[in-house]
Design a binder for this molecule. Structure first.
Ligand code: SF4
Length: 708
């Protein structure tokens, strides 16, 4: 109980982007339990991950010493097959030796081959300060913009559409604002599993009479709270959404006043939509025309409608087009810029919003200043006092391809620094991604566990978990929140910010962030200056007092703006730009040889690649093994029952996996979570990219199934 603890330390949950505030109960230098705090996103609520998932930090598998690959141990992706014991791969080293080897190896490649040969993956699991410093290291030390992180795998397409349409990649309205919505339009999202506390606010709203429209190829727990379930065919987003836009325009329900004053390019949208009547789209998206019209009418005429979406929208080769349709939908109906309305891409990782804001992306400096914008480029050259590359860097999947590029390619990537990401599990088409990582001349991995990526490294640096350091994180609602340090990292593990600076030193940079909170406050303050126009008013001292402040926040007196675009959009002309979208099919459609569609995703208990949650005792006990969800009728046809093992195979790879009956998954479709190394879903997925957001098509590829 809480009476017997040594101390209580306030922080935010390290798992999802909802950003629940928590209190750690610490006894004998261990976090013995976690309680929900009355933060603005959670009001004391927590889901099973936040409440019971924290003991991963005390798992005996935590890395406690720097490790260097033993001489003669091959770097080969086959090492990942069933690999649990790594003592024959690595030897322990001192920090001095490991850092010299890590940083020296990167520097040597740069000196030999030039400024294009290094790349860095930072992490949405790290703090804003870590993200800021990591991208600064790549830009000023490595000498290129080859820096990215898992936003590329999650909402990059949403952000591309939002930057183009409304001028800002962040949400317009906060989750809690659904309190003021008369309609919640939820698409490509399973919030009960992935944003659980947010889901409770949706359900509360439904109880009070708010209509939930759920658009998803799978029926999930939230379905039973929905007013209408649009279980559309996977991949048919644009067909379905265009049919609604068509209805609104054709039936004279568009908000002409809003369009006239606040939108641009409406005529092009109107012209393009002509071929998309609900009657024509019904067979394509699998929703009756009358239902499409009914939902469109309700959306246009209801008092206030908010669209919230997940990766079902973004992880397609047409992810940007999907999001463009959502922007058009709220804009032609005036459902944005007021309470209970607007656009909300539900962020996945606890700090994927903040890491992107801080510049951990290849085409933008902090606060989305384009690296190829001459003014922004000049500003940052002056701010950091060093020449910077003008060319946008490569994105996550592009980097994997640049590693396996021929020697003659001047942009061939030869060395990488990976901080807290696990591309050997999270990237699409893992056989290629793992082969690429294994063939790097020098790979430095910084993490808290021996991840699948770390197994391929030349040197592994033991880092700190979120409760072992101070830092800020920005949630899906644009709330900057502070997490305090509860305990020390185990053994010789070090704070990530310290490690990044030590690598920077070995790349010839002379950084020395000192002062309060181990120099974290000084890094934050520099980042705040770099993000002028966004978080000017959110000082470290203010965060310590208020623990959560919403941006944009431009002065000490500014309370922050939970709703944006009430007066104008962040685009150059202040108007929302409507961008027509046409149907682009998935990169790989089912055929007679590979007749099923694979959708990947997450489940309530396991977080992303599983490196944390599968080492959390309770979460692992609830969901101990990989399962594939499939429709009962498909199971009968295949001749399998729940618990049987089947082989799922695509043109790229295969896994053996236990069957779980789920009649919410439509016939002809299967669903596999990507958290399980022993049945890694991404061995099967397709690395085809959305051309704008460069996001891979995790939500659609063709597979075949076989018994046993
Ligand atoms: Fe943590 Fe998200 Fe669960 Fe809240 S909803 S406790 S932030 S995982």
């Amino acid at each position: 109980g809480s009476q017997t603890v040594d101390r209580k330390v306030d922080s935010v949950c390290p798992f999802c982007g909802v950003g629940c505030q928590i209190t750690y109960n610490v006894k004998d230098e261990k976090i013995v339990s976690v309680e929900g705090r009355d933060g603005p996103a959670n009001h004391n609520r927590l889901c099973v991950k936040g409440r019971f998932g924290m003991d991963y930090i005390h798992n005996p598998q935590r890395l406690t010493k720097p490790l260097i690959r033993k001489p003669g141990v091959p770097k080969d992706e086959s090492i990942l097959e069933g690999k649990q014991d790594w003592s024959d791969i690595f030897r322990e080293a001192t920090w001095e030796e490991a850092l010299n080897f890590a940083g020296g190896g990167l520097k040597k490649l740069k000196d030999q081959h030039g400024l294009k040969v290094l790349a860095g993956f930072g992490s949405a699991k790290g703090s804003n300060e870590e993200a800021y410093l990591f991208q600064k290291l790549v830009r000023t030390g490595f000498g290129s913009n080859n820096v990215d992180h898992c936003t590329r795998l999650c909402h990059a397409s949403s952000v591309a559409a939002l930057l183009e349409g409304v001028g800002s990649g962040a949400v317009s309205n906060q989750v809690n604002d659904v309190e003021h919505s008369s309609l919640i339009f939820l698409i490509g999202s399973n919030p009960t599993a992935n944003h659980p506390v947010a889901a409770t606010w949706f359900k509360n709203a439904a109880k009070r009479g708010t209509k939930i429209v759920l658009c998803d190829p799978r029926m999930t727990e939230i379905s039973k709270h929905a007013w209408r379930n649009l279980q559309f065919k996977p991949d048919a987003d644009v067909a379905m959404l265009n049919a609604m836009i068509y209805t609104i325009i054709e039936e004279g329900l568009a908000d002409q006043e809003f369009i006239k004053n606040r939108a641009s390019n409406y005529e092009a949208l109107k012209e393009n939509i002509k071929g998309y009547s609900p009657e024509a789209m019904a067979p394509i998206c699998g929703i009756p025309a009358e239902t499409l019209r009914e939902v469109a009418r309700e959306f246009a005429t209801t008092k206030s409608a908010m669209i919230l979406w997940g990766m079902g929208v973004s992880q397609h080769v047409h992810g940007t087009d999907n999001a463009r349709c959502l922007i058009a939908l709220v804009s032609i109906t005036g459902q944005i810029g007021k309470p209970g309305s607007g656009l909300h891409p539900l962020r996945g990782q606890n700090n994927v919003q903040g890491a992107s804001d801080a510049g951990l992306i290849p085409m933008m400096f902090p606060n989305y200043q384009r690296v190829d914008n001459p003014e922004a480029h000049a500003w940052f050259e002056k701010f950091w006092g060093t020449p910077l590359d003008k060319k946008p860097g490569y994105t996550v999947v592009e980097i994997m391809h640049k590693i396996t590029a021929p020697d003659s390619d001047p942009d061939k990537i030869r060395g990488m620094y990976v901080e807290g990401e696990n591309p050997a599990m999270s990237d699409p088409d893992l056989n290629h991604a793992r082969h690429a990582l294994a063939s790097l001349e020098h790979l430095v991995v910084q993490d808290i566990f021996m991840t699948e990526t770390a197994l391929l490294a030349d040197v592994v640096l033991p880092a700190s978990a979120w409760p072992e350091k101070v830092g800020t994180a920005s949630n899906t609602d644009r709330m900057v929140q502070m997490g305090k340090k509860a305990i020390n990292p185990p053994g010789d593990a070090k704070p990530d910010l310290w490690i990044i600076q030590e690598i920077a030193k070995r790349m010839g940079l002379n950084w020395n962030y000192q002062g309060p909170d181990d120099g974290v406050a000084a890094v934050y303050d520099e980042m705040r200056q770099a993000m002028h126009g966004a978080i000017n008013g959110i000082t470290w001292e203010r965060l310590e007092k208020e623990s959560s402040v919403t941006y944009p926040c431009l002065s000490a007196e500014d309370p922050g703006r939970p709703i944006v675009f009430d007066d104008e959009f962040a685009t150059p002309d202040g108007k929302v730009k409507l961008v027509p979208a046409d149907i682009i099919p998935a990169n790989e459609r089912p055929d007679t040889e590979y007749p099923f569609v694979l959708i990947t995703g997450r489940q309530l208990e396991h977080w992303h690649t599983g490196s944390m949650t599968r080492r959390a005792t309770i979460l692992d006990a609830i969901e101990p093994m990989a399962t594939v969800s499939m429709n009962g009728e498909d199971m009968t046809q295949l001749g399998v029952t729940a618990g049987d093992v089947i082989t799922v195979q695509s043109r790229r790879g295969e896994v053996g996996i236990h069957v779980r009956r789920d009649d919410g998954t439509p016939r002809g479709v299967i669903f596999i979570p990507f958290a399980y190394y022993e049945a890694a879903a991404n061995l099967i997925t397709n690395s085809a990219l959305d051309p704008f957001g460069k996001i891979p098509e995790f939500k659609y590829c063709a597979v075949k199934l076989a018994k046993g």
